[in-house]
Write a protein of this length. Structure first.
Length: 225
């Protein structure tokens, strides 16, 4: 699969720290109006929902410890999609204003990038369906799910749960409507170039429209501040 990443610089100040579902909803709301506006065009079929092969990333920022983040010059709205869909998403999102739970951001200065291979990738949040498992055993079954996910993709690498700056397990949650979903930050090491690109495309776990399972080279963290 040939895929590209579209990145947009942002005009705005703040976002909710847990904004991934709201970002997905804001992008999704653009699709029906765009389809209606272009219904007489000869373009390829316009989706009315986000296709399964389109992935969004949560937007990085500086946390204020009160459920908010402040955007900085490195903050980007990022989307990965098959190469043949790039023109559609580029046109749809360019210069749009998104309402993220009352916080307005404008998407500007779009650019296209090729994901770069790295032997170590990280994801801020990966989720699996583990609700029925005793809390104390969640990390074990979570890592088992990561291992099986890599095996399904025929990727030979080692997954581990990331840690926070304080040395705790990077246990994180995602709010989807009235439900909180548990997950962890994940590091995958020992990747070949092909497997690195494969993992960046397929990700691990569910809720990938909401930014989960989005893997990136560790070196990108230095550019997020």
């Amino acid at each position: 699969m040939n895929f590209l990443e579209v990145q947009f610089a942002l005009r705005g100040r703040t976002l909710p720290a847990d904004h991934s579902y709201a970002l997905y909803s804001a992008v999704k709301q653009l699709l029906p109006s765009y389809a209606q506006k272009n219904q007489q065009s000869e373009e390829s079929v316009i989706p009315i929902n986000l296709p399964a092969d389109v992935r969004l990333c949560s937007i990085p920022g500086i946390p204020d410890k009160d459920g908010m983040i402040y955007l900085h010059r490195g903050s980007r709205m990022r989307l990965r999609c098959p190469a043949e869909q790039v023109q559609f998403w580029y046109r749809l999102l360019q210069n749009q204003v998104l309402d993220i739970r009352g916080h307005l951001i404008r998407l500007v200065q779009p650019r296209l990038t090729l994901p770069q291979p790295s032997d170590t990738l990280k994801a801020r949040l990966v989720t699996f369906k583990l609700e029925a498992i005793d809390h104390a055993e969640v990390p074990y079954y979570f890592l088992e799910s990561c291992k099986k996910g890599l095996e399904r993709l025929e990727i030979r690498a080692q997954a581990s749960i990331d840690s926070t700056a304080a040395g705790d397990l990077a246990r994180r949650t995602l709010q989807v409507k009235d439900k909180k979903i548990l997950g962890y930050g994940v590091i995958v090491e020992g990747l070949s170039d092909d497997d690195s690109l494969k993992l960046q495309w397929h990700g691990l776990g569910g809720r990938q429209h909401f930014g989960c399972g989005w893997f990136y080279p560790v070196r990108e963290e230095a550019n997020d501040s």
